[in-house]
Design a protein around this ligand. Structure first.
Ligand code: AGP
Length: 604
């Protein structure tokens, strides 16, 4: 949520910052801005409501310098506007601040500063911090920032530029990611490695409560209390090219296509044919501890929550451990009973989602064991958890999640198989599931080949005002996720219900103008699902089935390859990603940047 990028070195900074902002735009895209330390002293800024391209159009020709900070915003305090765009300047125009996160006591601080005569130019919480730094009497920029941060409550990832200290950028982190990029006589800072990888893959990720001073040829890290910290650079695994569109028209399209290789990657090196199980190196849970687990509770938000629901089903089926999923955003506020025999699993693509992180922190505070199911290596949730499974989907840039969802579900299948084989899952079942897992990449490729037909279906359904998604047991979370995908990018209203619940209310909505998308696997519930289709047909509701064979009652069927039935949810969601995509395309939506959304929700 919001993107920060900064640079100090010898190169012309404005083009570098604009390029970084473009790479971070998926984190927020309602306004953007740049501040640079001009060659002749003083700061220069340019800001624009809208996309980075609008900002680029406003950057004057002589906007030169070799040190600068920039921001792309997802509005929290104050509507998207030029004034509310970051960077914010203090009264004298000497301090520029870009900030991700929320300052909880901004209203109170703003009132005090206003009483002292400060005139605010924006409605943002960030401007408060800018004035605090500007008014600090401390001698060094580091001390000015430190003193000011001590006055604020809330979360932040900040980068600060000061006209009187043009040889440095000071950054700090508390709850919002800050990554330093180490170059040759140049330093970068960003809220996400996406902005760094074209320049350097040597990075240092700040911890909460940590600050850093960046100079062109050097950097140092320290706590907000001033104590030096040791920064150990790591190498970013992901290639710079994996952030490019790779010949596709949208990131979403590219990321759906990448599912074949992504699933192959999450399986790679983990299958143990000798014992018909899988090895998950980072789990930090030995066999005795795994056997002692009495319940599994899976926490995540949005798509990751849906992946967690499928994961819970897999764990219950394969390991016979009671398991359920819950939105992390709800869990953290309901004073949950934390049970020592429960294994908690926090799911997050970004590893940054604030609600998930807060749930993890609450659990840890209460002494629980928490595993992470995360895509971004070294992210906050990956670091806070006691162990976990990386989902290895590669970077996901489109705001809506596709390949990460699929890989997370596969990673849950691996976890379930691992726990199952430690308990009572037979060797034969282990072998059967491993064979099923190995077939997945080829089966996904088969589904993706149906894109032209799915596109036609999408165009047929695109004028619907609302759609119903139904599934039963394993199919229900698939329906939930498919309906979310459609909503997010097409803005068509969609409901997801267990097929078994239709008669208990939602059947009232069925009519010729309300298409139903039904998940109908060839499993032991096939006849029950067919009965639901009958009920819909009897009310003249159009039906699109996703099934393992043509469904007579459906107007159309998308046939997906048959997997092991426990693994069906992995494949059955994929055609519905394509359906959502082509529906949104037919409606002319901005697929990679849907309205009101941003990729990583790092605020409450
Ligand atoms: C996915 O399409 C969504 N944009 C959203 O629901 C997302 O899955 C959710 O915000 C959680 O994100 P995370 O996986 O990075 O924690």
């Amino acid at each position: 949520m919001c993107g920060i990028v900064g640079y100090i070195g010898k190169r012309d900074v404005a083009p570098l910052l604009l390029e970084g902002l473009q790479r971070l735009e998926y984190r927020g895209y309602d306004s953007a801005g740049i501040a640079i330390a001009g060659k002749s002293g003083g700061l220069k800024t340019v800001k624009a409501k809208g996309r980075v391209r609008e900002l680029e159009a406003r950057v004057p020709k002589r906007f030169t310098g070799t040190t600068g900070i920039a921001h792309t915003r997802w509005a929290t305090h104050g509507a998207p506007s030029d004034d509310n765009a970051h960077p914010h300047l203090d009264a004298e125009g000497k301090v520029a601040v870009v900030h991700n996160g929320i300052i909880d006591n901004a209203t109170e601080l703003r009132a005090k500063l206003t009483a002292d005569g400060v005139e605010f130019r924006s409605e943002t919480d960030t401007e408060v911090l800018t004035h605090l730094i500007g008014r600090s009497q401390a001698d060094t920029l580091e001390e000015k920032v430190r003193q000011s941060l001590a006055l604020i409550e809330g979360t932040y990832g900040v980068a600060v530029l000061h006209a009187d200290f043009p040889d440095r950028i000071v950054v700090a982190r508390n709850g919002s990611p800050v990554v330093l990029g180490i170059g040759e006589k140049e330093m970068f800072v960003a809220s996400d490695v996406a902005a760094l990888v074209t320049h350097t893959r040597q990075v240092v990720t700040l911890d909460d409560g940590e600050m850093a001073t960046l100079k062109a040829d050097d950097f140092r890290t320290y706590t907000t209390d001033g104590a030096r910290t040791t920064a150990s650079p790591t190498t970013v695994e992901w290639e710079a090219e994996s952030y490019d569109m790779g010949g596709h028209d949208t990131y979403m399209h590219k990321e759906m296509a990448e599912q074949v290789e992504a699933v192959d990657r999450v399986l790679r090196g983990r299958i143990d044919d000798r014992f018909s199980t899988v090895h998950l190196g980072g789990l930090n849970l030995d066999a005795r501890e795994a056997r002692a687990v009495r319940r599994v509770k899976i926490l995540g938000c949005g798509t990751s929550y849906h992946a967690g629901l499928i994961g819970a089903g897999l764990i219950e089926e394969l390991a016979r451990i009671p398991a359920d999923g819950e939105p992390a955003s709800e869990f953290r506020y309901r004073n949950p009973v934390v049970d020592p025999d429960t294994l908690y699993v926090a799911v997050s693509q970004s590893g940054e989602t604030y609600d998930v992180l807060a749930a993890v922190q609450e659990l840890k505070r209460k002494g629980a064991r928490v595993l992470g199911m995360v895509n971004v290596v070294g992210s906050a949730i990956a670091r806070e958890t006691d162990g976990g499974v990386y989902v290895h989907a590669g970077p996901e840039v489109c705001v809506v999640s596709t390949k990460c969802f699929t890989n997370t579900v596969v990673a849950f299948a691996l976890l379930a198989l691992h726990l199952g084989r430690i308990r009572d899952l037979s060797v034969a079942d282990g072998k059967r599931l491993i064979a099923g897992l190995r077939k997945l990449p080829g089966q996904i490729a088969e589904i993706l080949e149906q894109e032209p037909e799915i596109k036609k279906l999408a165009e047929e359904y695109a004028d619907a005002r609302s759609m119903m998604f139904i599934g039963r047991v394993r199919g229900y979370p698939v329906a939930l996720e498919a309906s979310l995908k459609l909503k997010e990018i097409s803005y068509i209203h969609a409901e997801a219900y267990p097929a078994s619940e239709l008669k208990h209310g939602p059947l009232a909505l069925i009519e010729p103008a309300m298409p139903t998308i039904a998940i109908v696997p060839d499993d032991d519930l096939l006849e029950k699902n067919r009965a639901a289709l009958e009920e819909i047909k009897a009310r003249s509701g159009p039906i699109l089935a996703v099934a393992h064979r043509e469904q007579e009652k459906a107007d159309h069927t998308i046939v997906v390859p048959k997997s092991e039935q426990e693994l069906d949810p992995i494949l059955m969601g994929i055609p519905l990603q394509l359906l959502a995509y082509h529906t949104a395309l037919a409606l002319g939506r901005d697929i990679d940047k849907p309205r009101n959304l941003a990729k990583s929700v790092t605020v409450e």
